[in-house]
Design a protein around this ligand. Structure first.
Ligand code: MTE
Length: 330
């Protein structure tokens, strides 16, 4: 980032044979396919052929990912795996789009703990595995629109944030939820860079009704496998109707609050980035239009410019903002 309604086509209907076979070879490589007779029928979206790494994830997570069902899909072409895992914003690993892929491969994401605190009946420091014990992983194919005016279509694996919040039992004072990313300058070169203008750690927030909306996802994987480090392993937020900067990566803290939390980009440039950050083609960024977007992969000769949709096409969230002036609450 620069400083200064969905159709219900299940991916099981569109997964190609080559995708299916590449899934099988991934599992074979991991020693998880015993033989032809026990070949399971996976329906998850898999990378087509790619020379880039795959991310099987920790042993405890794998069976959860493999039993995922596709619950949300789109009749739009998926962004290729290679673009999803190599064109990233993760400033903890650098400012350029290729930096996270190039610098995050040794980022240690297992074991991982998440602290739950604030206005909640079950505060504590949880192992990620325990936090996920009661949730079912789903595959959800969502549009993803960055405030920089590029977009992707991504097959995430995760669970609704609401299902976790219900287990944790927030008190009636909990009006907002704040999320904080790991702060570890030894592992994250961007946090020790003298050029960084960000006040680490990266933080984000949602109003409690936004957090409880069924579309709001805590993601642990992408493209049928665990989350790559550069995409925010092992746990990240995905809020598909908001600009991508709300989708905070590598979460270590979730705090239930009575008051609106700060968020990193509002702290950095409040005249350009707000708290709500709903995708809105009628409210431009002060330095560029938000009316259109480049659907990646895009190039000079094939820019693939498309019109941006209100709430990124997820109009069902409109009632959350009834009566609000969305040019003021950008
Ligand atoms: N989370 C953290 N901790 N640090 C970041 O720099 N960048 C945000 C968001 N989450 C960011 C972050 C921005 S600007 C975008 S567009 C998305 O992550 C990019 O997600 P992706 O790299 O998986 O596409």
């Amino acid at each position: 980032m620069l400083i200064g309604k969905s159709s219900k086509i299940l991916s099981s209907e569109i997964t190609s044979e080559s995708a299916y076979l590449s899934r099988r070879s991934l599992l074979k490589g991991l020693g998880l396919v015993a033989g032809a007779t026990s070949m399971p029928s996976y329906a998850l979206t898999q990378p087509k052929s790619s020379d880039l790494p795959l991310y099987p994830g920790p042993d405890w997570l794998r069976p959860k990912l493999e039993s995922a069902k596709t619950t949300w899909s789109l009749d739009e072409e998926l962004t290729p795996y290679d673009s999803v895992i190599t064109y990233n914003n993760f400033y903890e690993f650098g400012l350029n789009k290729e930096d996270p892929y190039e610098r995050a491969q040794n980022f240690k994401t297992d074991p991982w703990q998440v602290e739950i605190l604030g206005e909640v009946e079950r505060p504590g420091i949880y192992n990620l595995e325990d936090l996920l014990a009661k949730v079912d992983i789903e595959e959800r194919i969502y549009r993803f629109r960055c405030v920089e005016a590029w977009s992707m279509v991504i097959p995430w694996l995760g669970f609704s944030l609401a299902s976790l919040i219900k287990q944790l039992n927030p008190t009636s004072n909990a009006k907002y939820v704040e999320f904080v990313t790991l702060e570890d300058p030894e592992q994250m070169p961007g946090q020790r860079s003298l050029f960084s203008t960000i006040d680490w750690p990266y933080r984000e927030g949602l109003r409690i009704d936004e957090a409880m909306h069924p579309l709001t996802l805590l993601a642990v994987g992408v493209y049928g496998q665990a989350m790559p480090p550069q995409n925010g392993a092992p746990l990240r937020l995905v809020v598909p109707w908001k600009y991508g900067f709300k989708s905070i990566k590598s979460i270590v803290q979730i705090r239930f609050r009575e008051t609106m939390p700060q968020n990193t980009w509002r702290l950095t440039a409040s005249q350009e980035y707000g708290f709500y950050a709903n995708v809105n083609p009628t409210v431009d960024h002060p330095r560029w239009s938000q009316a259109t977007e480049r659907r990646l992969p895009s190039s000079l000769f094939n820019p693939r410019i498309i019109e941006t949709q209100m709430f990124n096409g997820y109009e069902e969230v409109a009632p959350l903002y009834a009566g609000m002036d969305l040019s003021k609450w950008y």
